[in-house]
Write a protein that binds this ligand. Structure first.
Ligand SMILES: [Zn+2]
Length: 70
């Protein structure tokens, strides 16, 4: 099992919001969100969870904010 020991500080992508929204954590008005990739490192054999996913993070406080990338 390969696992990178490098801390992931860089966002995978940055998305522009169509209109500014307030971060629920730090109340910053956001015009962009950072997308960070989820890499599955362990899973049950029977699991039907997808191999990878994404979370959206506030670029100001780096906390996860609810958003969906499809
Ligand atoms: Zn924030």
């Amino acid at each position: 099992m390969e696992q990178s020991m490098e801390p992931q500080t860089e966002a995978e992508a940055i998305y522009q919001l169509e209109s500014a929204v307030g971060c629920p954590h730090c109340s910053a008005m956001l015009e962009t969100v950072h997308i960070v990739r989820l890499l599955r490192t362990r899973v049950n054999f029977t699991s039907s969870l997808p191999r990878r996913g994404y979370v959206c993070a506030c670029p100001e406080c780096h906390k996860v904010i609810p958003a969906f990338v499809g």
